[in-house]
Design a protein around this ligand. Structure first.
Ligand code: NAD
Length: 349
């Protein structure tokens, strides 16, 4: 069985879907590992490391595509699929459909306990939350912790995190570690305890309407008005606002209006992790950093790729755990078990 890991072609995609330590594990499953030359360079992994680990590397993508039984890419899909074996497997991040091949979309991994080790959304959101805080601290002309010096006391920076899911909780933890004063907001009631356990203040909408589910749902117009007022009152006092709010299957909710941005002090920073899903701030431009009235709005379209080395490490492990599901261990051959919930949900064609 031949397993191919390709090089990405999006300029902001610095990650790679295999790390050298996994080559031996794939071989144990019965795979020969092929890596397109240069695939790991942006994650600080050279071809020589893959070769040392026992993989083959080649720059001849057409030939690699002809050989592969399974092809893995993160977001590159512009391959010449006419070269690919019939019934080959293509594993990528997002839903993809092409005649004659089996496509798996890892964004569709169900959030069940057994699938946690394959959950790319969680592994990458966690790092996105971390990186968003680092980006904010870097852009800000203010330090994050409180400092008492002979020349006076410098106050700690105030961070607000909107959305306390996987990315938001890591953003809270990172901002706390840097010494910021942190508050956070989420529509889910369960988030309160998690936010408080990290030492941040939970900002609450005073409403009877509750969101007790594991995932957020769209709230009523009345709740949204109360939420807008609360955000308006809180945001104007913050140095940094990091937004992570998403509703599964929907465009990101707009939570920060132009008026709220206008109320912030010059030098304040908004980091919109939801930028790629439409953004939580109405002024965010995906893939860009802009400045309006002295407020910087950072809308990178790929936060995990800004810490590519570690993002690749966990992404590659997620992929390994998924590929492991596709192998009949006794026969050492590929087997797509359509009864398996994880396989059923991710098989997009
Ligand atoms: P997500 O990326 O879908 O959304 C981010 C956060 O934004 C969520 O906490 C959501 O409640 C919040 N949000 C949505 N609309 C909002 C609004 N208008 N205002 C403020 N906040 C808003 O979330 P996620 O990181 O995927 O996590 C969602 C849930 O899934 C969490 O409860 C998490 O613990 C759980 N989870 C479970 C598993 C698993 O069981 N395998 C894995 C990951 C996450």
């Amino acid at each position: 069985m031949k397993l191919l890991f390709t090089k990405e072609n999006n300029p902001t995609e610095n990650r790679v879907s295999i790390t050298p330590d996994l080559v031996a594990k794939y071989q144990k499953l019965g795979f020969e590992v092929l890596v397109e030359s240069g695939a790991g360079v942006k994650s600080s992994i050279g071809d020589s490391e893959y070769l040392k680990a026992g993989a083959s590397t080649s720059a001849d993508l057409s030939n690699l595509l002809k050989l592969a039984d399974i092809i893995v890419s993160i977001q590159r899909t512009d391959f010449d699929f006419s070269l690919v074996k019939k019934d080959a497997i293509f594993i990528t991040k997002e839903r993809f459909v092409r005649d004659g091949i089996n496509c798996f979309a890892l964004d569709l991994i169900p959030r069940i306990t057994r699938a946690q080790s394959m959950d790319i959304l969680s592994s990458q959101s966690n790092l996105a939350g971390y990186r968003a805080v680092i980006d904010a601290a870097y852009e800000m002309q203010k330090i994050t912790p409180m400092m008492m010096t002979a020349a006076g006391t410098i106050s700690a920076a105030k961070f607000m995190i909107i959305g306390a899911g996987v990315a938001g909780l890591q953003a809270i933890a990172t901002a706390k570690r840097l010494g910021a004063v942190v508050c956070a907001f989420d529509v889910r009631s369960a988030a309160k305890e998690q936010v408080q356990s990290l030492g941040a203040k939970f900002i609450e909408v005073k409403s009877e309407e509750k969101n007790d589910g594991v995932y957020a749902k769209e709230m009523s117009e009345e709740y949204r008005k109360l939420q807008q007022q609360l955000l308006k009152d809180t945001i104007k006092n913050q140095d940094v606002v990091i937004t992570t709010a998403l509703i599964p299957g929907k465009k990101a909710p707009i939570l920060i209006t132009e008026e709220m941005v206008g109320s912030m002090k010059p030098g304040s920073i908004i980091v919109d992790i939801a930028a790629v899903n439409g953004g939580n701030c109405e002024l965010t431009q995906a893939g860009k950093s802009i400045e309006i009235g002295g407020v910087k709005i950072i809308g990178h379209d790929n936060f995990p790729a800004r810490v590519a080395s570690d993002a690749s490490k966990v992404f590659a492990k997620n992929i390994f755990n998924f590929v492991d599901l596709l192998v009949d261990k006794e026969k050492k051959e590929i087997f797509i078990n359509r009864e398996d919930e994880i396989i059923k949900t991710t098989l997009s064609c």
